[in-house]
Design a protein around this ligand. Structure first.
Ligand code: FES
Ligand code: FES
Length: 158
């Protein structure tokens, strides 16, 4: 068996000790070791964005990075967005705008949207579309996703 190492990840403000092989991706560590299954595995090779999380506030495709490399960073997953029973403005906007069908891409879209708004790339629908283009939606909810991001950006600005 391959050697494992005990590492500590900071996820949604909580320190989590996990034992992983060095080749384990951040995505698998989150889902399979820590039990945070809100982050989805789509392609597992960097193409779909379903696995997007925030690492120190920046969006990262968690299937493309190793868990061992993310010690000392603050990781935020979709489970970390709501404030108790109060959903994050981006989550609320996705519901208001019907911005999902099967939901497979949704947590990745939402994490990406949070960063997109933070980065200030929400000047127009075209700009939002461009900066959200790393997140694919097989159900083609793109129009509603862009509308949700635009609306949430307004909300966050207020
Ligand atoms: Fe990571 Fe598709 S699962 S980009
Ligand atoms: Fe089904 Fe986006 S809602 S893939």
């Amino acid at each position: 068996p391959a050697a494992t190492a005990e590492i500590t990840l900071s996820v949604n403000g909580r320190r989590r000790a996990v034992r992983v092989e060095p080749r384990v991706t951040l995505l698998d560590a989150l889902r399979e070791r820590i039990g945070l299954t809100g982050t989805k595995k789509g392609c597992d090779r960097g193409e779909c964005g379903a696995c997007t999380v925030l690492v120190d506030g920046e969006r990262v495709k968690s299937c493309l990075t190793l868990a061992v490399m993310r010690q000392g960073s603050e990781i935020t997953t979709v489970e970390g967005l709501a404030d108790g029973d109060r959903l994050h403005p981006v989550q609320e906007a996705f519901i208001r705008h019907d911005a999902f069908q099967c939901g497979g891409c949704t947590s990745g879209q939402i994490m990406s949207a949070v960063a997109c708004i933070e980065e200030g790339h929400t000047g127009s629908p075209e700009e939002i579309g461009q900066w959200m283009s790393g997140n694919l939606c097989r159900c083609a909810c793109y129009q509603n996703i862009v509308a949700a991001v635009a609306d949430a950006a307004e909300e966050v600005r207020r």
